[in-house]
Design a binder for this molecule. Structure first.
Ligand code: F6R
Length: 604
């Protein structure tokens, strides 16, 4: 989500770092910073907001001759987007930049404060630099201190660290977050969290693997693996195309974002799952006191996440739950009571209708919460409480990974509430936490499945419409599947509860009406199957998505046998995203920027 760069060499270091950060800015931009070490003295610049603010702050600074530097563009996870929370974080004589989350930072911080360390930020990252300096006091070399520091860290990280004790050296480590080292024929050394930051500067790179760490001094790189074994440096050539580097080999950002759902869901879950408990560090304990009802409010895809949550909140937490489309809610003169928690859901945090609904709820004195992907957004600033979904920047206009992370947070929140309200047994919470842990592997795209969908897509390019149907949480998923298809293929599609078809829409059934039927094994399978059979009997063309065989289908997409309907939900979500994308690609549409749409809808 954040971006990291580093440089060792004789060229003007500020420009190199800021140029690299500019290539990474699309990943996160709530603050940025650089630290440069030249001839034993440090220069540090940090600024909140876009990179341009950092450039303005560092305007008068120039280095000449050999220097080392590290830089970072931040997408906040711990602590608000302020200058103090921006990276690089400093100790007495060292600086660090970090991507990922240090899960045990609170206990490390307590220990370091006890030892006399002075913390200035709210971030998890700052513990790294203080821990390093703590070990440096009693260790023969800075590299030993760095190794001891890594041994104490739990969680995911990509780290660059520089210190006055080794003024030609950058220490680096990777575990769970990407880190690349690059070289060129001028013997300069570069670091980047994505190759987009290195293109045009390096000719060859090493993609570090998890557990690798080391240091680069001047022109020499020393790389080790987990057991302190020297690793042979194996460089690979770096391609020269920036846009394709950002897309990381995928045809569209949407495709890349579908594939990265596994990683972003791991980020969403990080630090939030205990054995028998969901842990939301950002929520105050009294938030749900006196709350007897939940009202969820959102637009578009986020509304579909809200609808999904309404099933889970009632089922897990036995709490009255209603769902509102924000543009309707605003003008409906709703009856609101102060025992209601008002939760808005928004990827951007800026959608005008949702933002106004949030303001309205606040005016009525309701407690408010936002589930959002952008930390410094208007909704996060306004709501009483917020939970960040940690999806990273979504570039494709059609939302994919943002939806996945919203549903994941809402599922966790339903368990969190179930525990507070004592409506779920500890064994059931434990079971569902076990399921949540498998989400990243559940949404990993199976290449055979993707190929089947690509081939199948050619049969669905015409017709007079699509019905996506399902029951329970598979009804909001059907709505979302239909929305994905219409947004990027421009074909007419509707989502419907499968039991409702016989109350009118079944009149449309004929071979040119395509029914995409969601038939999960673990939720109302027989009921949904009967509804699909009714459509099949009227000669609608049926494409079923199910782990179980279905002989009335014209096409069948076989999903995995999974342990629970929520896992089936997430797998079917991926199938629907890929199917829409493949249909849109065959129709020759611009999948990332469909006509008439905008990523952030800040008008009514
Ligand atoms: C569909 C999509 C939109 C958004 C909607 C709300 O793919 O992205 O329907 O979900 O405009 O946006 P946010 O979540 O930013 O409030």
């Amino acid at each position: 989500m954040c971006g990291i760069v580093g440089y060792i060499g004789v060229k003007p270091v500020k420009k190199i770092l800021i140029d690299g950060l500019r290539e990474l800015e699309y990943r996160g931009y709530d603050s940025a910073g650089i630290a440069v070490l030249q001839e034993g003295s440090f220069s540090l610049f940090k600024a909140v907001g876009k990179l341009i603010h950092l450039e303005e702050k560092a305007h008068d600074y120039e280095s000449s001759g050999f220097a080392i530097g590290i830089g970072h563009t931040r997408w906040a996870t711990h602590g608000k987007p302020t200058e103090l929370n921006a990276h690089p974080h400093m100790g007495a004589n060292s600086y660090v930049v970090h991507n990922g989350i240090i899960e045990n930072y609170q206990e490390l911080k307590a220990m370091l404060i006890h030892e006399g360390a002075n913390f200035v930020s709210q971030t998890d990252t700052e513990v790294i630099v203080h821990l390093f300096e703590h070990y440096l006091k009693n260790t023969p070399t800075p590299f030993d201190a760095f190794k001891q520091t890594l041994a104490k860290l739990e969680g995911a990280y990509a780290i660059l660290l520089i210190t006055g004790s080794a003024s030609d050296t950058i220490f680096f480590a990777k575990n769970g977050s990407p880190m690349i080292i690059g070289k060129n024929s001028d013997n300069e050394t570069f670091f980047g969290s994505s190759d987009a930051a290195l293109i045009g500067k390096c000719t060859e790179v090493i993609y570090l693997e998890d557990g690798q760490y080391g240091y680069a001094s001047g022109e020499v790189i020393h790389l080790y693996n987990g057991e302190s074994h020297d690793v042979t440096l194996r460089f690979t050539p770096l391609s020269g195309n920036k846009l394709s580097a950002q897309k990381e080999g995928f045809r569209f950002f949407m495709e890349k974002e579908i594939y990265e759902q596994s990683h972003v869901l791991a980020d969403t879950l990080m630090g939030r799952l205990r054995d028998e408990q969901i842990h939301f560090e950002e929520l105050e304990s009294g938030l749900f006191e006196g709350i007897n009802e939940i009202k969820l409010c959102a637009c578009g895809t986020s509304y579909h996440a809200a609808l999904t949550a309404s099933y889970l909140f009632q089922r897990h937490a036995a709490i009255r739950t209603s769902v509102e489309i924000a543009s309707e809610f605003r003008y409906r003169e709703p009856y609101l009571t102060s025992d209601t928690l008002f939760i808005v859901i928004s990827q951007s945090g800026e959608t005008a209708d949702t933002l106004e609904s949030l303001k309205m709820a606040k005016r009525h004195g309701l407690k408010t919460m936002v589930i959002c992907n952008v930390d410094n957004s208007s909704m996060v600033r306004l709501a009483d409480a917020s939970i960040l979904t940690r999806a990273g920047i979504e570039k494709g206009v059609a939302s994919t990974k943002a939806f996945a992370t919203q549903v994941c947070v809402l599922w966790m929140l339903s368990l969190y509430l179930g525990e507070i309200r004592k409506t779920l047994e500890a064994t059931e919470i434990r079971r569902q936490i076990g399921l949540l842990r498998t989400l990243p592997s559940t949404v990993t795209v199976d290449s055979n499945m993707h190929e089947q969908l690509r081939r199948l897509s050619k049969r669905y390019l015409h017709g007079h419409g699509f019905f996506f149907i399902g029951r329970d949480v598979f009804f909001p998923l059907a709505l979302e599947g239909a929305l994905k298809l219409k947004e990027i293929s421009y074909l007419h599609a509707e989502g419907y509860p499968s039991g409702e078809m016989k109350h009118g829409p079944i009149a449309l059934a004929d071979p040119e009406l395509f029914t995409i039927a969601l038939l999960p094994q673990h939720k109302l399978y027989d009921k949904t199957k009967s509804n699909v059979e009714e459509l099949s009997a009227r000669d609608s063309t049926i494409c079923s998505i199910s782990p179980l065989d279905f002989d009335k289908a014209d096409d069948h997409i076989r999903t995995k046998q999974l342990d629970d309907y929520m896992l089936e939900f997430f797998e079917m979500m991926v199938v629907l995203q890929l199917l829409s994308m493949e249909i849109a690609i065959r129709l020759g549409n611009d999948v990332d920027m469909p006509r008439n749409l905008a990523k952030s809808v800040t008008v009514e």
